[in-house]
Design a protein around this ligand. Structure first.
Ligand code: FES
Length: 178
């Protein structure tokens, strides 16, 4: 029985062709991946350009309701999530406190039972008024401008801040007389 002898040169050139084909295919896939990545990146940039972040930010000035909707002696936490403010009503006034810790900017929690705001990051504590009394926070929480609109509702305006240590809490727009 005679075996068919395949010339060595022919084996080499066929396997080389196979290797070449594999190499070509892998380069083609890398090319396609690079192209798809670049196209995806381009469209992502375009979408970010068409819909910038600023469109989704809550307004800096907003109405929160009428003064008699706020209970004396209570901290109203309804606006914390969306607007980052606590609305506090004491005996004679209503004020809007910033929920940004004055240590490194974390968000404290209002603890009703302990009557204090407690920061989860490094343990700073603030009294209901916003005055710091424990932990590393170097100064009280800030307050925002609070005024009445023509329709009798309260407007909180976060573009203007008042700092206790600068004597600004006495400003007539740092609180609302009730
Ligand atoms: S950020 Fe609030 S205690 Fe550090």
């Amino acid at each position: 029985m005679s075996e068919k002898v395949i010339p060595k040169a022919s084996i080499n050139s066929d396997s080389e062709k196979g290797v070449d084909r594999k190499g070509f295919l892998s380069w083609l896939s890398i090319g396609w991946l690079a192209f798809a990545g670049a196209t995806g990146g381009f469209f992502t940039v375009m979408i970010r350009f068409l819909f910038p972040n600023v469109l989704f930010e809550p307004p800096q000035s907003f109405k929160i309701g009428y003064p008699d909707e706020f209970t004396k002696g209570k901290v109203d936490t309804r606006f914390k999530k969306k607007h980052a403010v606590w609305i506090v009503r004491d005996d004679n006034s209503i004020y809007a406190l910033s929920t940004v810790c004055t240590h490194l900017g974390c968000t404290p929690n209002w603890l009703e039972a302990e009557q204090k705001y407690k920061c989860p990051c490094h343990g700073s504590g603030f009294r209901k008024t916003g005055i710091n009394f424990e932990g590393p926070a170097p100064r009280p929480l800030e307050r925002y401008r609070i005024v009445l609109a023509d329709d009798g509702q309260i407007i909180v305006d976060k573009t203007k801040k008042y700092q206790q240590e600068k004597g600004q809490w006495a400003d007539p727009e740092a609180f609302l007389k009730v």
